[in-house]
Design a protein around this ligand. Sequence first.
Ligand code: FAD
Length: 341
Amino acid sequence: MAAPKVAVVGAGVIGLSTALCIAETCPGCSVTVLSEQFSPNTTSDVAAGMLIPHTYPGTPIHVQKQWFKETFAYLFAISNSAEASEAGIHLVSGWQVFKNTPKEELPFWSDVVLGFRPMSKAELQKFPQHRFGQAFTTLKCDCPPYLLWLEKRLKATGVQMYTRKVADLWELHSEYNGVVNCAGIGARQLVGDEKLFPIRGQVLKVHAPWVKNFIRDGDGLTYIYPGIHRVTLGGTREKESWSLSPDPGTTKDIFDRCCTLEPSLRGAQDIEVKVGLRPSRQHVRLQREVLSQGGVQLPVVHNYGHGAGGFSVHRGTAKEAARLVGECIAALQGSSSRAKL
Ligand code: FAD
């Protein structure tokens, strides 16, 4: 069989990292990324990019932990290399604070991030409305630079990238031997998945270079995440809202909530407002499927539905998707050699 041709649909963090994992693990494959939008016009560009996992209720915790561990290890290695600044990856220390002590004082990811410990009384004095807190060091991706870095790596490994809206995965069957669906919220229309829904998020990106530590309210709604150049202030979680227009009332509310946590933010400048739709599901859809029409088959691997945690687990899910692609190719090669006999 000639070099198998694989199309990856989607150029957010999931599509680009999946294409890279396929190119790395299957050097004989020809990989192409097809996407309606590329950076800076994806949901992934809007994200804060903090490595603090979201919990998927429908996925076993040990699987989520493995995805997070693999992603953390991958980005930690980048943060320790000369690529760190170009890739937009850096370590950041800070606090997650709670108004009441949470039921689960040790989240499943506490031994993956660095130096996880309860906050001291002296540290908690900074947050008079909060009674409990966790201090740790994690990683943050500055999302647009990270996406561009992934694109650069893909080009260097010979992956082609084209702007194209795919209306139906079947339309790719005559050009490709296999397809990977990384369409994020676009998968709802692309494969008719009604279990996938948007959770709208609005964030502010501000200039406040004196803010060096992250602060996250344990309810996950209010957060301050310093990046290399800008600080992300959040946020909102609006289920089933498809609006991509910034809401001025929400901007003021986010800013006020963040200033309550970190009063010095009143001096922040150059406020930019961004909105994105988290591709949400009970669990990430990471599985093989075979489409078939008139005796012709098209193997598909789905990798979408990462909701509020796509950056935190992207490398782990990309590796698993690449493994599934490898299985599809082995099955194709097996059937083509049987056909020759
Ligand atoms: P996307 O980035 O949306 O990419 C989907 C791609 O598919 C796009 O390129 C699109 O053009 C393409 N596409 C769609 N349909 C088609 C089609 N029919 N044909 C061709 N192409 C198609 N996660 C974290 O881990 N940490 C955080 O701190 C964090 N903060 C966030 C803050 C906000 C405000 C938001 C909105 C999200 C945040 N997230 C965070 C979540 C994270 O952004 C998502 O989980 C992640 O970006 C999903 O990536 P994706 O590649 O699946 O989707």
